[in-house]
Design a protein around this ligand. Structure first.
Ligand code: ATP
Length: 364
């Protein structure tokens, strides 16, 4: 039974688990296994409730995100652990858009947090770069920009057709993600923030980013601030990633940049993300999708999901347990107790077992 609001203020953290489709279900199972190991015997255990929202349910009865879902999640849960959505049987991807984009928008998860931390020098495609050189986070504005879905088409399918997609930048939206970047840098001793835009060309929307950044940075004199146009930034991230700690940017540029960052830090199998509204229920998911071609074969690397669950533990105030999870993944990667994509020999389940066992032997 769902708890009522007053009961939610207990030490137990309630986690809504949405495994979704394809490898989402496989990697989420391992992340839950690891979370249980990391929090067993603690005074603040986790309680998991699984929801079957995904392609299977959509094909069965047409449900994507149930009407009451957002209110129920807000009321009864502290965080969402998400797998992946996407299934070849639903080419329109309707269920995926309703579920994931719906949750991001309706829960107002305005921060997309994507850490890019290289755990083993052998995993980066950059020559002569080590673990100290790739250690930064991308903070992507997650609710507006070109992804606001405002626009239209005129005379579609004719030689005269016109397509318009609006770039929405609000004072509130820009200011809260920039403030989050400075707060994040302060809390994590990262020392510097780089804001990236294209204000030399996008002279209306990104001029707002410029003005807000200039104003907010004055309130954080302890943090070094810098601005780079996005084209310069991507060159610099590849040339010398060590100069960056916190990068904050708009929805579109953040989407592209964070996939580049994921590759520099070892690839999709390892990349975690958080969709966050500070102080409110937030959603944590691996960067990869449902990967239908390897689904159901016990091949998927669960590390991206497991590292996402560490971000969730941070969000829930369980920092030492989060560190224990990250240490387990770091050790697994360095000692090759991994799936084949990272050079190991383990299956998804066995990789999860190894991590859970390591944490049980090396608790927080
Ligand atoms: P979707 O449409 O849901 O995004 P996709 O297959 O297009 O799915 P991804 O799921 O991101 O995109 O995966 C692309 C490829 O990367 C996969 O086919 C797979 O080879 C590889 N891959 C992704 N995630 C993992 C993982 N966790 N472990 C191993 N390989 C992975």
């Amino acid at each position: 039974m769902p708890l009522n609001h007053s009961e939610k203020i207990s030490t137990t953290k309630r986690i809504a688990v949405i495994p979704g489709d394809g490898i989402g279900t496989e990697v989420t199972r391992e992340a839950v296994k690891v979370l249980k190991a990391a929090t067993s015997g603690r005074s603040a255990p986790l309680e998991f409730t699984e929801f079957d929202w995904g392609a299977e349910r959509y094909l069965r009865d047409g449900t994507t995100l149930p009407a009451e879902a957002v209110a129920m999640l807000r009321r009864d849960y502290d965080a969402i652990l998400f797998g992946a959505v996407g299934d070849p049987r639903v080419p329109s991807n309707k269920h995926a858009a309703d579920i994931l984009l719906g949750l991001r928008a309706k829960l107002d998860l305005y921060v997309n947090l994507r850490p890019a931390q290289l755990l083993d020098a052998a995993l980066t495609p950059l020559r002569d770069r080590g673990t100290k050189d790739v250690n930064f986070v991308v903070l992507r504005e997650n609710t507006e920009g070109l992804y606001a879905g405002i626009g239209g088409q005129f005379q579609r399918g004719t030689p005269h057709e016109l397509a318009v997609q609006e770039d929405v930048n609000t004072r509130k939206g820009v200011e809260r993600i920039i403030r989050y970047a400075f707060d994040y840098a302060r809390q994590h001793n990262f020392g510097r923030v780089c804001m990236s835009d294209k204000s030399n060309v996008l002279t209306f929307g990104h001029d707002l980013w410029q003005r807000v950044f200039s104003q907010v940075k004055n309130e954080y004199s302890d943090i070094e601030s810098r601005h780079l146009y996005i084209d310069t930034l991507v060159m610099e991230v590849v040339r010398d990633p060590g100069q960056f700690r916190v990068i904050v940017t708009c929805n579109l540029f953040g989407d592209i940049l964070s996939d580049l960052a994921a590759q520099l830090a070892g690839g999709l199998g390892l990349a975690p993300s958080g969709n966050i509204h500070p102080g409110k229920i937030s959603l944590f998911e691996p960067v990869h999708g449902s990967a239908p071609t390897i689904a159901g074969k016990n091949l998927a690397n669960p590390a991206g999901a497991v590292l996402s669950s560490a971000l969730m533990l941070d969000h829930l105030g369980l920092a030492s347990q989060a560190d224990a999870v990250r240490k387990a993944v770091r050790t697994a990667v360095r000692e090759k107790h991994t799936t084949i994509d990272l050079g190991g020999t383990l299956g998804t389940r066995e990789a999860g077992d190894w991590l859970a066992e390591y944490i049980t032997k090396n608790p927080a």
